[in-house]
Structures are given as structure tokens and as C-alpha cells.
Design a binder for this molecule. Structure first.
Ligand code: MN3
Length: 273
């Protein structure tokens, strides 16, 4: 409780709590200003007031991951467990959402229980400012808060009518950055296949508003590096092992059939502002 008291008076926490309540109000975030990223993990430092990384205007489904009465909840899957067949099998989806993701939510709530000020914040604001989370719970929040946020984005950027190619400004930006959509996919698959152990591969928007492919270990979020995740694939074995066994590359290639590019494009256009 002493830590709760110590963070309550921090003006930066006040700004973050306010930002967390106003994640869809771009002008509010713009007024706060977006500073440098939180220090690279694991050597996280507590930034000076006003120096924290604040995510830009967030897509609606990330705002929907806000805690309700101080408790984070498992967001409902926006389609059925069998909706991504045959690309991702029903049993994998059921276990992944109702067991794996749910466990991250449960453990996140347990870690945050003594910290009322943190439980009033959006998960994105917490994850993006991990250096300010008290030492006692930082690892738990990094793993379980990251897991909650990563999976919330993951479910919302897939769908039963997925596949095809992005059009509009996102399609153009991918072509500009990677040469072509096929070249982008090849780089993304190679990066995902190269993750040693458990982690994620992401298409992100970096600090100069350029697209970039990054990999993150475990449940680390691109937000922890000051990067905005646009779309990502979970390459933990629990995401593919029942169907694809040890052949992660098969899963990485077939996963494109599940991507909801309309949802991904909304993330992109919102992130570039
Ligand atoms: Mn997973």
C-alpha cells in the first residue's frame, strides 16, 4: 500500500490515468505530447515526469480492454471457436482463448490487486510505461499484462473472412516499405520462424511512423519498445502445436488466411493519425 501511496501523487500517473480514460480522444493525447520510449527492458528506468511514452490514439478494441471496476476481464472472442477452421483448429482456439489468455488476465488481476491506481488504467498505458510499475509486480505485469494486450489485439485482427491482401493506405505503405505484399509476407514469416522459443512477430509503426517487422520474446509487447503494434502472430507452440506439430513455418504461412485486413487497416490509419 505504501507503493500505491507513492505513485498516487506522481503527476505522470495522473496524466496516464487521464490518458487511459481518453484513449479515443486524439486531441487530448496530442496535448499531452508523446515523448521518448520507456527504457529498453529489462533495465527499465523510471522516466522523468512528462517523458513517458504515451501510445497514440488507440483503436476501439484496445480501449475495450479497460478494466471494469478495477478488474480486467477476458474479452469475448469476436467469432466462434470454429470460425478460423481449417486454418486454425477449434480446439486450439478454445484452449488459447479460454485457458491461455484467461490465465494472463487472472494473473494480471492478482498482481494489480493492491494497486488501485494501476487498476484504473488502460492495459496499453500500463504496458507502454512498464518502467513506472512498482518493482514488486513489474515482471508479473510485463508477462501477464503483455499477454493480455497481445492476445486482445491478436483476436481482433483475425476473422472468419480473413485473407487476401491489404488495400488503401496500408496496402500502399506495405508496398513502399517492403517492395510488395509478397515480399512483406516472406520477411514476416522468416522473422517468425526465427524466433527462438516463445514469442511474437509483429508489423509495427515505429517512432518515425514507418512500418517495420520486429520480433518480441515471451509476452513482451512492441509498446514496451515505443512501437505501435499493427498486426502480429503468436508463435508460442500453444498457438499451433495441435495442428501443425513442430512445423511452425506451416502455421506462419497458413495464418495469412485468417488475417482481417479491414481491422488491421483501421489500426494502421488510427496509429498514423
Ligand atoms: Mn498465445
Amino acid at each position: 500500500m505504501a507503493l500505491e501511496t507513492s505513485t498516487r501523487s506522481n503527476p505522470l500517473w495522473s496524466a496516464l490515468r487521464a490518458a487511459s480514460r481518453n484513449v479515443n480522444r486524439r486531441q487530448f493525447l496530442g496535448a499531452l505530447g508523446v515523448g521518448g520510449a520507456v527504457a529498453l527492458l529489462p533495465s527499465v528506468a523510471v522516466p522523468e515526469a512528462g517523458a513517458a511514452f504515451l501510445p497514440g490514439a488507440l483503436p476501439i478494441f484496445e480501449a475495450s480492454t479497460e478494466p471494469i471496476n478495477g478488474v480486467f476481464t477476458l474479452p469475448p472472442l469476436p467469432y466462434g471457436y470454429d470460425a478460423l477452421e481449417p486454418n486454425i483448429d477449434t480446439e486450439t482456439m478454445m484452449l488459447h482463448h479460454s485457458k491461455h489468455h484467461n490465465t494472463y488476465v487472472t494473473n494480471l488481476n492478482a498482481a494489480l490487486a493492491p494497486y488501485a491506481d494501476l487498476r484504473a488504467m488502460n492495459i496499453t498505458a500500463i504496458v507502454a510505461n512498464l518502467g513506472m510499475v512498482p518493482d514488486a509486480i513489474r515482471t508479473a505485469v510485463r508477462n501477464n499484462g503483455g499477454g493480455h494486450l497481445n492476445h486482445s489485439i491478436f483476436w481482433a485482427t483475425m476473422g472468419p473472412k480473413g485473407g487476401g491482401a491489404p488495400t488503401g493506405v496500408l496496402g500502399a505503405a506495405i508496398n513502399d516499405t517492403f517492395g510488395s505484399f509478397d515480399a512483406f509476407k516472406a520477411q514476416f514469416v522468416a522473422a517468425g520462424a526465427g524466433v527462438f522459443g516463445s514469442g511474437w512477430v509483429w508489423l509495427v509503426l515505429n517512432g518515425t511512423k514507418k512500418l517495420q517487422i520486429v520480433t518480441m520474446p515471451n509476452q513482451d509487447s512492441p509498446y514496451m519498445m515505443g512501437l505501435t503494434p499493427i498486426v502480429g502472430n503468436d508463435v508460442w507452440e500453444h498457438a499451433y502445436y495441435l495442428k501443425h506439430r513442430n512445423v511452425r513455418a506451416n502455421y506462419l504461412n497458413i495464418w495469412w488466411n485468417t488475417v482481417n485486413w479491414e481491422s488491421v487497416a483501421l489500426r494502421y490509419t488510427t496509429a498514423i493519425g
